[in-house]
Design a binder for this molecule. Structure first.
Ligand code: MG
Length: 476
């Protein structure tokens, strides 16, 4: 397939990158990521875009985010671009805002689910999609080569502060929502916005849709005092408790830039990102057979179960949002997503949604008259296991790709039903699978498995670990 070849090229590009990771640049504020780095990145983006262009700059609630707004702005305007700042805004809201304001690009300042001392810079296109790996490389080339093109005094850009962009975003979501049935359902919801950018969006959106809202951790907090930023099951205990205590219909937790949403059902059970993504696909595609879904390679097979039910096709993608967006654009897929709770909806914005998933899931519940636990139970649950196999760094860096090739060869001994090699190696036995990927940031191979029982997941995982260790040993 054409897109698979293109992704192969992208994976090679990913390895060449020196500054940007899978998705943007991340580092500890004032240590790895200084205002100087941000200034130069602003200059590099302005040089790439050309003079006279406009860039929207958005931020999360981290203590360092405002500092980076100023540094990036200085870099951008001194190199001839104008800046529109939109303040504390979720990533999907930025993605909505760039085309809404007819700007030429956007920058999101956030380290997503990383701890509060971290921050990150991510670049966005005029259509609201993330920069591709190719574009990242061009920016890096300008940045490291200091190929900046400064503006003369009369070319310096201006800065405009745009107020209340979140209100426009909320209005747009509401106009896409079946308000009547959602209002009639009169849902009670508990929200945990992580003290992040969703504080200004999700509570307001839910109130406008007539939900009875219980807010927890919905006041901006750059220290994330209430819980770690990643909405993992072990981090959202308080939300689970509150859902039960308030007899709520469901609970919602975001990460700091709200491009991830996980749900808690009415019984206080965690609904994984895989399932949220799958339920969203089920709802959006139920009357549209022949649709395509793009999922990253470590997404649960629940996406295959949903695809069977709505007669859709699943296309596998490498890990990382830009790859999913590219494949969606190339193949016309309607929905894309990742296992961690981010879902991209083609006819909405080119970013992983957080806030919009809340009325979507509510609509699904109202439409079917089912509780979230009932809806979740309509699709099989799988046991998952993830193990990291560490190696000495120098050796790992030298031979990881050769090791991966050998792994690919070795798994051919197994009687699998299907193999996917778009990012690492994934082999399927029916809907059960084993996936092995070298990490791009740490000296380790990740071994993921999913199976119908925990025993089988463990058995597959043990096999995977053995293959990784043997392959590493064999490559001299
Ligand atoms: Mg995020």
């Amino acid at each position: 397939m054409e897109y698979e070849m293109k992704m192969g090229e992208y994976i090679k590009i990913r390895e060449k990158k020196r500054l940007f990771g899978t998705f943007g640049y991340r580092g500890i504020a004032n240590k790895d990521l200084s205002p100087g780095v941000a200034l130069d990145l602003g200059a590099a983006l302005a040089t790439y875009l050309g003079k006279g262009k406009t860039v929207v700059v958005a931020q999360d609630t981290r203590t360092s985010s405002e500092m980076f707004v100023h540094a990036l702005t200085a870099g951008l305007i001194s190199h001839g671009c104008s800046v529109k700042t939109v303040g504390i805004t979720p990533t999907p809201t930025l993605s909505f805002t760039i085309p809404y304001l007819k700007a030429d690009a956007g920058i999101m300042i956030s380290a997503s689910h990383n701890p509060p001392e971290w921050n990150g810079i991510k670049l966005w296109n005029a259509d609201g999609s993330a920069f591709s790996p190719e574009q990242d490389l061009v920016i890096e080339d300008i940045y490291f080569g200091k190929k900046f093109l400064p503006a003369s005094w009369e070319e310096i850009g201006n800065v405009e502060q745009i107020e209340k962009i979140s209100d426009r975003y909320i209005e747009a979501i509401i106009s896409r929502t079946n308000q009547e049935i959602v209002r009639q359902a009169g849902f009670k919801v508990v929200l945990d916005c992580c003290g992040g950018a969703a504080c200004y969006v999700t509570p307001n959106l839910c109130e406008k849709l007539g939900f009875d809202v219980v807010s927890f951790n919905c006041t901006p907090d750059g220290f994330f005092k209430e819980r770690p930023a990643e909405p993992r099951p072990e981090n959202i205990g308080k939300l689970k408790e509150l859902v039960k205590m308030h007899n709520a219909d469901f609970g919602v937790a975001h990460d700091t830039d709200a491009d991830r949403t996980v749900f808690v059902d009415e019984r206080g059970n965690f609904i994984s990102g895989d399932r949220t993504f799958a339920l969203t696909c089920y709802y959006l595609l139920r009357d549209n057979p022949g649709s395509k879904i793009v999922a990253n390679v470590v997404t649960s097979s629940v996406i295959l179960d949903v695809a069977e039910k709505v007669k859709a096709e699943v296309l596998w993608s490498p890990i990382g949002e830009p790859y999913i967006t590219e494949i969606m654009k190339d193949t016309g897929a309607e929905v894309g997503g990742e296992e961690n709770g981010g879902t991209i909806i083609r006819d909405w914005v080119w970013a992983r949604e957080g806030p919009y998933l809340v009325p979507l899931i509510a609509e699904l519940m109202a439409n079917t008259g089912k509780t979230l636990s009932e809806l979740s139970k309509e699709f099989p649950e799988y046991a998952q296991l993830k193990i990291n196999v560490y190696f000495p760094k120098a050796e790992y860096d030298k031979k990881k790709f050769e090791v991966l090739k050998l792994i690919e060869k070795k798994v051919s001994e197994y009687n699998y039903d299907k193999i996917v090699t778009i990012d690492g190696v994934k082999i399927f036995f029916g809907k059960e699978w084993l996936a092995i990927r070298p990490s791009g940031t740490e000296p380790l191979f990740r071994v993921f498995t999913e199976a119908e029982t925990e025993e089988r997941a463990k058995e597959l995982n043990d096999k995977g670990v053995d293959i990784v260790k043997a392959s590493f040993e064999e490559v001299g």
